[in-house]
Design a binder for this molecule. Structure first.
Ligand code: KIV
Length: 278
């Protein structure tokens, strides 16, 4: 079946079943039109808390709120037809414990229609992941570089080099054993990402990890060249839409100033000669 003919979005168990199969394709989305563009091409779409940096100009994801996630989740849901929607739990909405996590995860799913939540953390989040999955909330885990912890990680550094490798490996096993249906590996050395992919039973979704992962995800504004504040090594620019937007807007500004816009075809005649010409 062609991607555009798909009707039923995959659910968490469909994603889990893709372990070792054709690589899973995923991007972040925050708006309806962008969700519509990527829907035919993606297996799942993540409403990432990167929305705070990408669309709201925040300097980290720490200021993202439940209300922001719900608003963007609802917008993305309106643009999806065949891809699954996963939504990020924002900073401070789940770390207090399983009960807080359940309350906020249930709200995110109920108010947006997302099929799963994503949360950051490994061993320390295993109990929460188990609690959620036993109560009907599919969880995608996120380990390695966890941007909500930049203040304790000391910045956006690669995680799992040398002596750190065992800890990241333990995180991967912990979230898998706790019932997560998949795990994002962010900024993890390739060899370690490949080892995790070989050892855990759930699909690994790489971002700055390895082509050997069970799937890949990128922040859409990064790969389209819209978000240019910084460019991590792992981002491949598939387009340069920021530069295209800049030159289009510069041309518009010049045409407004020299009065060549609007032209005759963009304005209305002062009489209505034919029926229906309004
Ligand atoms: O918020 C986000 O965009 C993410 C991806 C980078 C995985 O968590």
């Amino acid at each position: 079946m062609s991607a555009t003919a798909r009707k039923k979005a995959p659910n968490a168990e469909d994603i889990r079943a893709r372990k070792g199969g054709q690589p899973l394709v995923s991007l972040t989305a925050y708006t309806t039109p962008m969700a519509q563009v990527m829907d035919p091409h993606c297996d799942f779409v993540l409403v990432g808390d990167s929305v705070g940096m990408v669309l709201h100009g925040l300097t980290s994801t720490l200021g993202v709120t439940m209300e922001m996630m719900i608003l963007h989740g609802q917008a993305v849901a309106r643009g999806l037809n065949g891809a699954m929607m996963v939504i990020d739990m924002p900073f401070a909405s789940y770390e207090e414990g399983p009960t807080q996590a359940f309350r906020n995860a249930a709200r995110l799913m109920a108010e947006t229609g997302a099929g799963a939540v994503k949360l950051e953390g490994g061993v320390e989040m295993a109990e929460t992941i188990r609690f959620l999955t036993k109560r009907g909330i599919p969880v995608m885990a996120h380990i390695g570089l966890t941007p909500q912890s930049i203040n304790t990680l000391g910045g956006y550094k690669v995680q799992g080099r040398d002596a750190q490798a065992d800890a990241v490996l333990a995180d991967a096993h912990a979230v898998s054993d706790a019932g997560a249906f998949s795990v994002v590996l962010e900024k993890v050395p390739r060899v370690l990402a490949d080892q995790i992919t070989a050892e855990v039973a759930i699909p690994t979704i790489g971002i700055g990890a390895s082509a050997g992962c069970d799937g890949q995800i990128l922040v859409v504004d990064d790969m389209l060249g819209f978000f240019t504040a910084f460019k991590p090594k792992f981002v491949k620019r598939y387009a340069d839409l920021g530069a295209q937007a800049d030159s289009a807007i510069a041309q518009y500004a010049a045409e407004v100033r020299d009065r060549s816009f609007p032209a005759a075809e963009h304005v209305f005649a002062d009489t209505v000669p034919a029926k229906g010409n309004t």
